[in-house]
Design a protein around this ligand. Structure first.
Ligand code: OAD
Length: 246
């Protein structure tokens, strides 16, 4: 237990996941090999400016990713986190899963994460604000009209570069109250998510980090557990459960 930690406070685990957790399900990560698409940087496609200028290109990019949701399965990392959540709930220990991933693999493994960067499976109308869960319309060449106001076209309900992540205050509060914090499969470079590890540390949480490469925001105070999330998380979740007495 860290000196100055929230000793005596009710145990509470918060987990932050990133693209590395879905890598073993066949979803490319952003940094590294998966960082380019049709010779363009992801930042050039995932932005409000790109949507305004080249909506057809942006739509194709996202329809490829939405199609991948239908074709991929959760892996052992997703299942381990869902199991941990169930176990902690049964033991009366608080838990919160926050994900930067826009896929639906946590949910399909049985978790209910906070999607701070939105969800590919949800479409949103920029005119009337309507949101609809849709994995039916996957044609890369066909836009989807809004079912409410008929505006063409709906956009994916994901947070683009320059846009505000969802539920930031809620997430900051959750992480500030954590006694144990795990960041898994994230490079620790995209803020505000990358700041959560430090926030947890400052709040006195014991901090764990799993990734293939050492993330940018890792310090000597964090326990780094290298390796593929699908291999590492089942054992690590077991350890975390023990740590909080569940
Ligand atoms: P990145 O692609 O930046 O980083 C992926 C991290 O996962 C790296 O540290 C890899 O070492 C690690 N990794 C790769 N394969 C792994 C595996 N099998 N097991 C464990 N770790 C593995 O992904 P994120 O940090 O999630 O934002 O990226 C953050 C945000 O950047 C994304 O949510 C996205 C992007 O811009 C938006 O779209 C707004």
């Amino acid at each position: 237990m860290r000196i100055g930690s929230n000793l005596g406070v009710a145990p509470r685990i918060v987990v932050l996941t990133g693209a590395g957790v879905s890598a073993d399900s066949g979803h490319p990560t952003f940094r590294g090999s998966g960082g380019m698409w049709e010779d363009r940087r992801v930042e050039e496609v995932a932005s409000p400016e790109a949507w305004a200028k080249e909506p057809g290109l942006v739509w194709r990019f996202y329809q490829e990713r939405r199609q991948r949701l239908v074709e991929s399965e959760p892996n052992e990392a997703h299942f381990a986190l869902a199991e941990l959540e169930k176990r902690l709930e049964a033991a009366g220990v608080g838990f919160c899963l926050v994900t930067q991933n826009v896929d639906n693999l946590h949910a399909r493994a049985g978790s209910a994460p906070i999607h701070i960067h939105g969800e590919l499976a949800v479409l949103r109308c920029e005119v009337c604000g309507e949101k609809s869960r849709d994995l039916e319309h996957l044609d890369p060449e066909v836009f989807v009209p809004c079912p409410e106001c008929a505006h063409l076209a709906m956009r994916p309900d994901v947070v683009w570069f320059g846009e505000m992540p969802y539920r930031v205050e809620d997430v900051f509060r959750q992480v500030g109250n954590a006694t144990v914090f795990l960041a898994a499969g994230t490079s620790g470079v995209v803020y505000p998510a990358a700041g959560l590890l430090q926030l947890a540390r400052e709040g006195g949480a014991e901090t764990f980090v799993n990734s293939l490469d050492e993330p940018e925001n890792l310090t000597g105070e964090d326990e780094f557990v290298p390796g593929r999330a699908a291999d590492v998380l089942p054992g690590l979740c077991e350890r975390l459960a023990h740590l909080v007495g569940a």
